[in-house]
Design a protein around this ligand. Structure first.
Ligand SMILES: C[S@@+](CC[C@H](N)C(=O)[O-])C[C@H]1O[C@@H](n2cnc3c(N)ncnc32)[C@H](O)[C@@H]1O
Length: 455
């Protein structure tokens, strides 16, 4: 691989590693949804659920990926689950913001290591990317998440609200050189300077929203000082109450520390380029900030039909912990613990997912369960009749074809499973089963491989 002409780095051996070695490949398993980690795969040292793959399977044709049983993620990026576990150990449920979140790798990693009951607002600037972020998070199945779409300046008004903010900012992408030829083509010294400016702007917006005593995890997938050490120095100098936090990492992981930044360098770690720094806002409250009164801004809940409330109690585990609300034509179960914060987000942001589980829609006389419920960790195990598909049926379902189940299959709404885990709903009429898979999620290719790819 040929690097950009003006590219240089102070890290010995990095140029050679970028030019002469290929990218690594890894996935993180969703153990909260019952995924089992294959014994034969090498583990990512800093992430218990992460493993390296030797070769690239055809992920598109693996039902397990669509079921959210694993997420394809670069090993270096899995460090966020370690950092979050370190800084939150033993704490109460926390409110978090993942400010540049698409396609959702860091959000799903954080969801797995936050204290139980914590909630993440995942925001993305680019609308199309916010949609795919939402899909990935629904596949992951953790109900403690909402998705918004907008510029980080809109998040300033949530003054001192979040316990943890992840700023995985847009950058010049030097860490992607091995993986993405476009990153090589786009790189220039001017891009580095422009990104550094944008990163200072984004982090300033987010610092306003950080609670005193809260943590900001800053990361880039680039190596240079301008977008890393210099941005961190700028934050320490200019952001009120900012101090650097040293997160313990064992030496054998091979992570290089320069100043307050941890660098993942290809050739030294098995993963792509990533730089991370952790900052903390001092715990003394800033007296200039107006005390927020979330209670006053609470929205009035429209009355929810009795049949929807009954469905929620039959379908959702821990149903009492959720408030049932309608957004558009979908009914959501939102965690009561974060109800006031969710009201505020829904009033002030453009929401792609208003938060919680979008579990039902009324269609004529039916209440149709939604795909988000099929894949949710909160789905009660025996809420629906189930039917286990074989591989060709699972692929046909994901291509959104109508299926024919065998004669003994139950009629009405049935939850299809594949290898024991939920795939999605059909309405079985006997002669055929209508496919309820969301049209936007379907596999576009009509190809069906003979057998399922194995990781
Ligand atoms: C490094 S990527 C995020 C990756 C994501 N955190 C993950 O782990 O899957 C940076 C994100 O910032 C978004 N972005 C682009 N311009 C932005 C801006 N001006 N403000 C905030 N985010 C922006 C990009 O669309 C992209 O999704």
């Amino acid at each position: 691989m040929k690097l950009p002409e003006n590219f240089s780095t102070d890290f010995p051996g990095l140029i050679q590693a970028l030019e002469q070695t290929g990218p690594s490949l890894s996935v993180r398993f969703n153990t909260a949804r019952g995924a089992r980690i294959p014994e034969n795969l090498e583990r990512v040292p800093w992430c218990g659920n992460g493993v390296y793959l030797q070769s690239r399977p055809a992920f598109t044709f693996d039902p397990a990926m669509h079921q959210g049983m694993y997420y394809v993620q670069d090993a270096s990026s899995m460090i966020h689950s370690h950092i979050v576990a370190e800084i939150t150990a033993g704490r109460e449920p926390l409110l978090c913001l993942d400010a540049c979140a698409a396609p959702g790798g860091k959000t799903t990693a954080m969801l797995d290591s936050l204290p139980h009951g914590s909630f993440i607002l995942a925001n993305e600037y680019v609308t199309a990317r916010a949609e795919s972020l939402n899909q990935n998070l629904l596949r992951w199945g953790n109900p403690m998440v909402a998705v918004s779409n907008g510029d980080t300046s809109r998040l300033r008004k949530f003054s001192s609200m979040f316990d943890i903010i992840v700023a995985d900012v847009p950058c010049s992408g030097e860490g992607m050189f091995r993986k993405d030829p476009e990153a090589v083509r786009q790189w220039s010294p001017q891009l580095v300077a422009d990104c550094a400016g944008l990163q200072k702007e984004i982090t300033a917006n987010l610092w306003e929203a950080l609670k005193p005593g809260g943590y900001m995890i800053y990361s880039t997938c680039t190596f240079n000082r301008k977008e890393n050490q210099e941005v961190v120095a700028h934050m320490l100098e200019n952001f009120e109450g900012a101090s650097a936090v040293d997160v313990e990492v064992p030496q054998q992981w091979g992570i290089s520390k320069v100043g307050h930044c941890m660098h993942f360098l290809p050739g030294t770690v098995r993963g792509e380029g990533l730089t991370v720094a952790v900052l903390r806002k001092s715990a003394v409250p800033d007296m200039r900030m107006p005390k927020k009164n979330i209670e006053k801004q609470r929205s009035k809940a429209a009355s929810v039909p009795q049949q929807v409330l009954q469905a929620a109690s039959k379908w959702i585990s821990g149903n009492d912990e959720y408030a049932i609300k309608q957004f558009g034509d979908i009914f959501y179960a939102q965690p009561k613990q974060w109800e006031q914060e969710l009201n505020l987000f829904n009033m002030q942001l453009k929401m792609i997912n208003p938060g919680g589980i979008g579990f039902a829609q009324i269609k004529g006389r039916d209440i149709l369960p939604q795909q988000a419920l099929a894949l949710s960790c909160a789905l009660l195990p025996r809420a629906f009749h189930q039917y286990d598909t074989d591989y060709p049926q699972a692929i046909a379902y994901l291509q959104r074809q109508s299926l024919q189940l065998n004669e003994t299959a139950p009629r009405g709404v049935v939850l299809l499973t594949y290898r024991g885990a939920a795939l999605g709903f059909v309405k079985n009429l006997g002669s055929r089963a209508n496919n309820l898979y969301p049209p936007a999620w379907r596999i576009l290719s009509t190809h069906v491989p003979e057998k399922a790819p194995e990781l």
